[in-house]
Design a protein around this ligand. Structure first.
Ligand code: HEM
Length: 500
């Protein structure tokens, strides 16, 4: 054998051993990855998840593969966690605090990665922006007495509008979102709109219309190319673009106005305090300074708008649906509110005296499961969890719907029964670990306090003033829609209301 042959043999041996070691490593990773259905190349499980009720399909996968299962969906590796204890554990881990690299999310964020809060990975800027927003929104009224007058005013305005509909069958679908937006946006930017202003209704309707139709597993999210090259010029993608552009240009005008009228000693709203931080001396080296700081502000405002309007308003829509579907529940609510506060405006101190109202609200959250798979998380670093290997970049779906419908925990999850959240005397609410409408862990909803306040004031206000009934055309409407979306709203039922 000459030296040339020897080199060839050496090269081949090396190639074979490298290939073998890669294969062994892949096989080992594969063995440690959570089990799950195979799916088709390039599509994964997307087709079958979009054709059926994906939530129910995941119930079947859990039975077959266990509480943690993996599946390829479109372009992405994903893992579903279908157990409330494991969700609580997983969402505490630093490695699980990312957000998927969806092209559509980056486009919404002005083409930049890690801006604002909602779609930003759990990096330094997310920590800073989230902590700042939480502290200052609280100072401006979240969960505070000062907020009460503003909330009650919004409820009054809504009641006036609803009174005009008395006796006729109509859909409440777009009746709560403008009022809910006003209560959030006033704290954020000092702005308030008239509920019957058609320009305002159109503005709010743009985003609601989009979110209303966004599927749980949306191809526009799972394939990057159409969004990247802007080839999808019609349908939902187009609607998304128009909604984003319209809302962002309004936000730009709000920031511009605040910058032009800025005074160092004046705190009108959240935008002002953010600008103090931006212009202040101690912002150097943080995400608040320079142009980047203003870009975080812009996207944070977008986040608050997007995450805070449709969520609370759809929950209110669900609340009316359950009141109509279960009239005996509505009667108990009316009796409690009549006995404790009568027709007087409700106040924050009344809250502990209205345990049935709180139990009802919790049961609405549970049975509706508004965001069934939470806002998706992403694995930031290869890690081990619950005996499995999680690869960097994997999307994690915390299955909140499963937590809310776990038979072992709730006993009768299909029934709407507010009493499950009351003590045996019915005098106090009891908390339940598996209830997590606002998710759990490090990225738990930033607006939970505001959302709870909004639901408290609005439900009390409308129950004081009206009785609700399903129109006979909606009498046999099911609770669960056949294909739940990213935000799971009720069927578009028709309601008839009567003044009390
Ligand atoms: C009933 C009403 C609401 C529900 C059910 C809800 C639910 C949720 C859920 C499930 C998440 C995902 C948490 C996670 O990633 O694990 C979330 C995140 C978020 N929510 Fe809410 N939300 C509601 C209202 C609000 C309101 C009123 C605001 C505005 C102030 C808001 C602002 C946010 C923000 C900014 C995030 C992102 C947090 C982060 O990524 O760190 N939400 N919400």
């Amino acid at each position: 054998m000459d030296s040339y042959d020897f080199l060839i043999i050496l090269f081949k041996t090396l190639l074979i051993s490298v290939t073998l070691s890669c294969l062994v490593r892949k096989l080992r990773d594969f063995k440690k990855a959570p089990p799950g259905p195979w799916g088709l190349p390039l599509v994964g499980m997307l087709r079958s998840l979009s054709k059926t009720n994906s939530i129910l399909q995941m119930v079947e996968f859990k039975k077959k593969y266990g509480k943690i299962f993996s599946m390829k969906v479109g372009y992405f590796d994903t893992v579903v966690i279908s157990d409330y204890k494991l969700i609580i554990e997983a969402l505490k881990k630093d490695e699980f605090q990312g957000r998927p690299d969806f092209e559509v999310w980056q486009i919404r964020n002005g083409g930049e990665k890690n801006r604002g809060i909602l779609f930003s990975d759990g990096v330094k800027s997310w920590h800073e922006q989230r902590r700042f927003a939480l502290r200052n929104l609280r100072d401006f009224g979240f969960g505070k007495e000062s907020m009460e007058g503003m909330m009650l005013h919004e409820v009054d305005e809504l009641v006036k509008l609803l009174k005009e509909k008395e006796g006729e069958a109509f859909s409440l679908r777009n009746h709560f979102n403008c009022s809910v937006f006003n209560s959030l946006w006033y704290i954020v930017s000092g702005e308030r709109f008239e509920l019957d202003d058609p320009k305002f209704q159109k503005f709010i309707g743009l985003f609601s219309g989009y979110l209303d139709k966004l599927p749980l597993f949306s191809p526009s999210h799972l394939y990057p190319w159409p969004a990247k090259y802007n080839v999808a010029r019609r349908g939902l993608w187009k609607q998304y673009q128009i909604a984003n552009e319209t809302v962002l240009s309004h936000i730009d005008a709000v920031i511009d106005h605040h910058v032009k009228t800025y005074e160092a000693e004046v705190n009108r709203d959240f935008v002002d305090v953010y600008l103090h931080q931006h212009f202040g001396n101690n912002s150097e080296g943080t995400s608040f300074s320079t142009k980047e700081g203003l870009s975080h502000l812009r996207i944070t405002l977008m986040d608050l708008f997007a995450a805070g309007t449709e969520t609370s308003s759809t929950t209110l829509h669900w609340a009316v649906f359950f009141m109509c579907k279960y009239p005996e529940t509505q009667k108990k609510l009316q009796e409690e509110i009549d006995n404790v506060i009568g027709k007087a405006p409700v106040s924050r101190e009344d809250r502990t005296k209205l345990p049935y109202l709180e139990a009802f609200t919790n049961e609405v959250h549970r049975r509706a499961s508004l965001i069934p798979l939470s806002v998706y998380h992403k694995v930031l670093q290869d890690c081990e969890f619950a005996g499995y290997h999680f690869k960097k970049g994997t999307i994690v779906y915390p299955n909140i719907y499963d937590a809310h419908h776990d038979k072992d925990f709730w006993g009768d999850p299909e029934n709407f029964r507010p009493e499950r959240f009351l003590n045996s005397e019915g005098t106090k609410t009891v908390s339940k670990e598996a209830l997590m409408p606002f998710s759990t862990g490090k990225r738990i909803c930033l607006g939970e306090t505001l959302a709870r306040d909004t639901l408290f004031y609005f439900i009390t206000g409308i129950v004081q003033k009206f009785s609700f009934q399903l129109d006979p055309s909606s009498d046999d409407v099911d609770i669960d829609p056949p294909k739940p979306n990213f935000i799971k709203g009720p069927y578009n039922f028709q309601v008839v209301l009567k003044s009390r």
